[in-house]
Ligand binder design. Structure first.
Ligand SMILES: *Cc1c(COP(=O)(O)O)cnc(C)c1O
Length: 491
């Protein structure tokens, strides 16, 4: 505990929570004030950085990931009004404690307004809710993180003249969202590494079709190889000397934090019992509506998160621990089930990734696991999360039956989530349990992005306008072997 005194104010800080006593107003006006959040490496609690340094360097110098020293709590007035607040106001209240003192409130408001001309509707399909995260320009949830990050970087670098070079590995959707988020931003260039032949034609156009300050490298290898190359580049002393490097995949804390926003917004709405009406891009066949035999009545949500690198789920854990009314999580994976196996056995074993139809989740060594393990014990994680792996056959079957019964089109990632809720309900084990309340599946991508998988099962999927434009672009990527020397040469 410390007390700082200046001419008008006393700042009393207890365990990181600070209150300001305004002399003129007497002791009963206690205002919570801006507390400077520090970030630590997951591998070293001794040194800390502010938000700007943590965001702009991406990875800590020791190879660890930055985590906030503590997860802030929403003020109780915010917590109780999440169900009625505007999405932008929830974003402001969620992000503010993490960036205080480095991004002034007015700037943060502008960033949020410009980053999110779209929201995340919570759609009711009978007894099941879908949190649609694909209403942004690249039709995947990564727009939420990438668009905030691009604008935050642009502000944080406002006084620099050395250009910033962003290096990012993608299994599909990150690259598109990052490329789109940074396209045309002055003083920043972006190189996206993606596994050659393992992303969809549309994703490839989103990554490699922009040109300008965005370069694309098709790596002869897997996503894990791409990720390893990025990590190698970051720890390469020679490269670090030559270039101002930063990362932009889900290891970057500035991408992770804004992803907590839609969890809080959806959780608040669910408690109020108010789902959204369909959004414009909602992929629903108006001729087929059904499955409403068990109507949804509201209540705290179990959220099912289709997961690969576990950035999205980690952001959900932040929202829950900030006080958003979330019952728990289902971590849905495809057969790359490193985390579900860990939750079941306590034994964490990374393995090579295997290709599936939900390719944005083909991750055998999820990078954000290190964050989860740094914040929470195995017991904590088991209390908050159930892991459920899903096969490609199950995924296809769910895409077909959900379309047939409810007229709703799922993409392969959302379908993994849907199936995981089915399997968890059948397989109660005392953890966070979807049977005990409403479950919302995070639909992480629009099904039209994965038309080659979805359409054979459902027929033509309605295509949102944003995606129609992308298909007209010509992809221009350079192919490189999965080798750091080759990457260094290109950079
Ligand atoms: C990136 C991605 C995921 C996985 O998200 P993580 O944060 O890496 O767990 C799931 N679905 C889609 C469509 C994605 O693009």
């Amino acid at each position: 505990m410390s007390i700082v005194k200046n001419s008008y104010t006393f700042i009393l800080s207890v365990k990181g929570l600070a209150f300001i006593l305004k002399a003129g107003y007497g002791i009963n006006s206690l205002h919570r004030i801006e507390v400077v959040m520090r970030y630590y490496s997951t591998r070293n609690r001794a040194e800390s950085a502010g938000f700007a340094a943590a965001a702009l360097t991406g990875l800590a110098p020791d190879g660890g990931l930055f985590i906030p020293e503590e997860i802030p709590r929403y003020p109780s007035a915010v917590c109780s009004s999440l169900g009625t607040m505007d999405f932008h106001d929830i974003a402001f209240e969620t992000i503010k404690p993490y960036v205080d003192s480095e991004i002034p409130g007015g700037v943060l408001e502008d960033i949020i307004r410009s980053a999110y001309p779209f929201t995340a509707p919570l759609i009711e399909t009978g007894d099941r809710l879908v949190l649609e995260l694909f209403h942004g320009p690249t039709a995947a949830f990564k727009d939420f993180g990438a668009r905030f990050m691009a604008r935050a970087f642009s502000y944080l670098r406002r006084n620099e003249d050395r250009p910033l070079h962003i290096l990012t590995a993608t299994s599909g959707d990150t690259g598109g969202a990052v490329a789109d988020g940074f396209f045309g931003i002055e003083g920043i260039s972006v190189t996206v590494l993606y596994p050659k032949g393992r992303v969809s034609p549309l994703q490839e156009r989103q990554i490699a079709g922009l040109g300008g300050n965005i370069s694309a490298l098709a790596v002869e290898g897997s996503f894990d190889d791409c990720q390893a190359l990025v990590k190698a580049a970051f720890t390469d002393a020679d490269l670090r000397k030559r270039l101002a490097l930063s990362s932009a995949n889900s290891i970057n804390i500035s991408r992770l934090i804004p992803q907590a926003v839609y969890y809080a917004a959806a959780a608040g709405r669910s408690v109020m019992g108010c789902a959204n009406s369909d959004g414009e891009a909602t992929p629903r066949d108006p001729a087929r509506q059904g499955g409403r035999e068990r109507p949804w009545k509201g209540g705290p949500l179990t959220m099912c998160v289709p997961s690969g690198n576990f950035g999205n789920l980690t952001a959900g854990l932040y929202a829950m621990n900030m006080g958003a009314p979330i019952r728990g999580f289902i971590a849905a994976t495809n057969i790359n089930q490193t985390v579900p196996d860990y939750l079941a056995t306590g034994d964490y074993r990374v393995r090579p990734s295997r290709a599936t139809i939900s390719n944005a989740m083909d991750v055998g060594a999820p990078s954000n696991f290190e964050r989860m393990a740094a914040h929470w014990s195995y017991g904590d994680l088991r209390r908050m999360i159930r892991g459920v792996p899903v096969t490609d056959d199950e995924t296809r079957e769910v895409i077909r039956t959900v379309y047939e019964c409810r007229g709703y089109y799922l993409d392969p990632h959302g379908a993994v989530g849907w199936k995981a809720v089915d399997k968890a309900a059948r397989n109660r084990d005392g953890g966070s349990n979807p049977e005990d309340g409403p479950a919302a599946i995070l639909a992480t991508a629009h099904p039209a992005k994965f038309a080659e998988t979805v359409e054979p099962l459902t027929g033509p999927v309605p295509v949102p306008a944003s995606l129609k434009k992308v298909m007209e672009r010509e992809p221009k990527a350079l192919t490189i072997p999965a080798d750091i020397a080759a990457l260094k040469e290109v950079l």
